[in-house]
Design a protein around this ligand. Structure first.
Ligand SMILES: [Zn+2]
Length: 291
């Protein structure tokens, strides 16, 4: 079996066939964790997960790109990489404030296994020093609130971190040394130095279809070779980041096997061992056996 620790089946791209996609995944023994990115998608994740006895779980949180003013976001624009455009690949963000009590209620649902995805994203940054500083400070403030929620609810954190690894590391090291949250850095794109710091803090690392690409000069293969197997979890980030071998327009949890294959190749370990280790890692991190 495999665990897709990051698949947005709660997103509009799956509004017509979410149940079918999840049932196909479960039929192949693939569990799915669906992270929210704002209140609506977090609530949808909890509602969807509640319809399954086991194997489908929710994470709830406010993603940093939803803190800014309305703006068109191309979610597939990974650094300079652009893939063919579909309507669900772009959306308009609308600024949302983090409402602690509302998210706390979602976090207390029995199907919620993490706070996420939350974090820092400096990719679409405002111009001007003062505005940039305010933009970063706002993201950090909302992240602190959500880390506090994770600590209060005894849940791990699914971190989104884009072009902001050093700031995230500095914040965690300086402010949480006495109460470090547990968690995973999803869609990991840090360099080796940053990887060592995240490892030291106890975090896991999530990999998806991005590992088939060179991201901004960083080398996912180098990082995966370096990482201990106990700290790796698999994900798809469906509907985005489809591995090159996968068919169809959207990425789906079933494609997590291509990521498992590639990690097996890079680490020169059998697919069976990668599957069992990453499944164990995900079950331990998200306490899936208790849900
Ligand atoms: Zn995501």
């Amino acid at each position: 079996m495999l665990v897709d620790t990051h698949g947005h089946i709660n997103f509009a791209a799956f509004q017509n066939d979410a149940a079918k996609v999840l049932e196909q995944s479960l039929a192949q023994d693939i569990f799915v964790i669906m992270p929210g990115t704002k209140y609506e998608t977090s609530r949808r994740a909890v509602e969807l997960a509640a319809t399954y006895e086991r194997g489908v779980y929710a994470a709830v949180g406010l993603h940093p790109i939803h803190l800014s003013e309305k703006r068109r976001v191309d979610v597939l624009e990974v650094q300079s990489e652009r893939v063919e455009e579909k309507s669900w690949m772009t959306f308009e963000t609308k600024a949302e404030e983090f409402d602690y009590p509302v998210f706390k209620e979602l976090a207390q649902n029995e199907k919620t296994v993490a706070i996420g995805e939350v974090g820092l994203d400096y990719y679409y940054r405002p111009k001007g020093k003062a505005r940039l500083e305010a933009f970063k400070e706002k993201q950090k403030e909302v992240l602190r609130a959500q880390i506090n929620l994770a600590l209060e609810a005894h849940l791990p954190v699914i971190f989104h971190c884009r072009v902001a690894h050093d700031d995230l590391l500095d914040m965690l090291e300086q402010e949480y040394s006495d109460s470090m949250p547990r968690g995973v850095i999803h869609s990991y794109t840090g360099n080796l130095e940053q990887t060592k710091r995240f490892l030291e803090l106890g975090f896991s690392f999530g990999f998806n279809g991005l590992i088939f690409k060179q991201v901004q000069g960083l080398n996912p293969q180098e990082v995966i070779s370096f990482l201990p197997l106990e700290r790796i979890v698999l994900e798809t980030d469906s509907p985005y980041l489809k591995p090159p071998q996968a068919k169809g327009e959207r990425n789906e949890p079933l494609n997590v096997r291509y990521v498992a294959d590639e990690i097996a190749r890079i680490k020169n370990i059998s697919l069976k061992d990668i599957a069992s280790a990453t499944t164990k890692n995900a079950k331990t991190l998200f306490r899936l056996n208790q849900v």
